[in-house]
Write a protein that binds this ligand. Structure first.
Ligand code: ATP
Length: 200
């Protein structure tokens, strides 16, 4: 039985926080594959400006190119509209009928998980793999979770990295370096396509 990790996000842009979480989750849960799934639009960010899907997708491709266990899925982008993970999981269950599915997420997302669309149904279909994310305190996030989430969650012991896409966007806009926060190819792509230079 294949073990597949689904890793959703806006990836605007992808950065080393995402990549380390994916890598440490892969190793911890012995995943055969991590599938990065950029969202068309997160239900929690309906009003926020968002970089075109093609750019976000291209940056994910560049960032994961050297890792043969990592792949990208355009599923949510092609589906369009608001991206609900339950729909993605059900589509993946159809596609990989013999696979065990895991959902990779950071502590901030884990904290909000009970509010996700059809969260209880989703939690029956996947095992959650959650990584630390400063400044979120994993212990207090864990204690606040309902039992039905805890029973379906494994905490991934990962290197804490306080990197966020929003901080990267702010740095680019301010003309500051983003070196060592995301791979060089992503930085080059951001520069060539003049991303994140305008105020949002
Ligand atoms: P933004 O700063 O715009 O909110 P972000 O950096 O949080 O973006 P997302 O694409 O929203 O990036 O995150 C996708 C997933 O990756 C979420 O589950 C989030 O918790 C997780 N994640 C993002 N950054 C980190 C990090 N530094 N450490 C651990 N998990 C992270």
């Amino acid at each position: 039985m294949k073990r597949i990790g689904l890793f959703g996000g806006t990836f605007d842009p992808i950065h080393y926080g995402h990549l380390r979480l994916a890598e440490e989750a892969r190793e911890f849960a012995q995943l055969d594959r991590v599938l990065f799934v950029p969202a068309a639009r997160s239900p929690f960010r309906l009003e926020e400006p968002l970089t075109e899907a093609e750019h976000r997708l291209a940056m994910v491709r560049l960032a994961i190119a050297s890792n043969s266990a990592f792949a990208v899925s355009e599923m949510e982008i092609q589906r369009g509209g608001i991206s609900y993970t339950i729909e993605t999981v059900e589509a993946l269950q159809g596609e990989y009928s013999d696979a065990e599915l895991f959902l990779i997420l950071g502590a901030d997302s884990l904290q909000g998980f009970p509010q996700w669309y059809q969260a209880e149904r989703l939690a029956q279909k996947v095992t959650l793999l959650a990584g630390v994310r400063p400044p979120y305190d994993e212990k207090s996030v864990w204690q606040a979770l309902p039992d039905w989430v805890r029973q379906r969650t494994l905490l991934v012991p990962m290197t804490p990295l306080a990197i966020s896409a929003s901080a990267i966007r702010q740095k680019v806009r301010a003309g500051h370096s983003i070196r060592y926060l995301t791979p060089d190819d992503v930085i080059e792509y951001i520069r060539e396509n003049h991303l994140y230079t305008e105020p949002r």
